[in-house]
Design a protein around this ligand. Structure first.
Ligand SMILES: C[S@@+](CC[C@H](N)C(=O)[O-])C[C@H]1O[C@@H](n2cnc3c(N)ncnc32)[C@H](O)[C@@H]1O
Length: 302
């Protein structure tokens, strides 16, 4: 049975997923977007965070208003209090794992604010928009940050998917270490595969290939003292690589080009939302090194 790639990711102690931080300023600008939203909410307001992962947005909101009553929903088997090493404010959040945002378990017109960071666009959009608007109270606020097909987050995904595919292919390093662990090839043969991977004129990244090669070295060492542990490490590495590729493929399909983003905004208007802001989210907006992060929507229910 296939394991949900997001469940694998969230159970591996990550607070967030798609935030590119070239500098600490980047993360600050995104944090400010969410904190601004929390500041405008009254004490004790109810908030639903859609496709919440391990609660990056609840954490931001609570950092400026700890009285918010936040319920956070995700289809993956999330359990941040169990899997995150630093939970901080998240203890007060009600997390709902294995819950589809298209079928929100809340009454109509019952919630003060709905938020989502790189979340709503992963679900079937029409149904997810309908559900989000249905649960909002009249006057309730909605704030979304969605993937942009041309963003700094989405553009590098193709290269990383190709890199993982090379690592996993039949003649590649992961199959070679598997054969080495099973005793079917020698260390010299394993090294030859590694060399030819590294010598090919296709760029590999430190973050992916670098980590895989470090893992392979660790497996080789462990084989001398604890083969069972070496095998477990290998299985885990393979599982993570397959899951990472699948997550990136989902990210690519979720990303919205201009026309798709326009239709999301139109859908919300037709569902009775007044759109206050609908624009590209640019970090360092006026500067030469500005970075496109996504689409932002801020709206309220009429
Ligand atoms: C990019 S992550 C966003 C995580 C989080 N909002 C953050 O900013 O860290 C996308 C999330 O959407 C969730 N997801 C995808 N389809 C969903 C659905 N139909 N209902 C609920 N969650 C869904 C995935 O499980 C994943 O956790």
């Amino acid at each position: 049975m296939d394991i949900d790639p997001w469940t694998v990711y969230w159970q591996a102690d990550h607070l967030e997923s798609c935030i590119p931080s070239r500098t600490p300023e980047d993360s600050k600008e995104i944090a400010a977007f969410w904190q601004e939203c929390a500041i405008t909410l009254k004490d004790g307001a109810s908030v639903v965070d859609l496709a919440c992962g391990n609660g990056a947005i609840p954490k931001q909101l609570l950092s400026v208003n700890s009285t918010l009553q936040i319920c956070a929903v995700d289809k993956a088997e999330i359990s941040p209090l169990e899997y995150l090493s630093q939970t901080g404010e998240l203890a007060s959040v009600r997390f709902l794992p294995a819950t589809d945002i298209c079928e929100l378990p809340f009454d109509d017109n019952s919630i003060d604010a709905v938020t989502s960071q790189f979340g709503i666009e992963y679900a079937p959009l029409k149904a997810a928009c309908q559900a989000a608007v249905r649960v909002l109270k009249p006057g309730g606020m909605m704030r979304l940050l969605m993937h942009h097909a041309e963003s700094e987050i989405v553009k590098p995904a193709s290269a990383t998917i190709a890199e993982i595919t090379r690592l996993l292919e039949q003649q590649g390093p992961m199959k070679a270490i598997e054969s080495f662990v099973s005793g079917n090839i020698t260390i010299e043969q394993l090294e030859t595969v590694g060399q030819s991977y590294l010598q090919a004129e296709i760029p590999g990244t430190k973050q992916v290939s670098g980590q895989v090669f470090a893992g392979i070295d660790q497996i080789i060492e462990l084989m001398k003292t604890n083969p069972a542990q070496a095998e477990a490490l290998l299985v885990n590495m393979e599982k993570r690589l397959v899951a990472d590729r699948s997550r990136l493929q989902q990210l690519q399909s979720a990303a919205l080009d201009e026309q798709q983003a326009d239709s999301v905004a139109k859908e919300f208007s037709e569902l009775g939302m007044d759109i206050d802001i609908f624009e590209q989210f640019l970090i360092n907006g006026q500067q030469e090194d500005c970075a496109l992060i996504g689409w932002k929507i801020s709206a309220h229910k009429a």
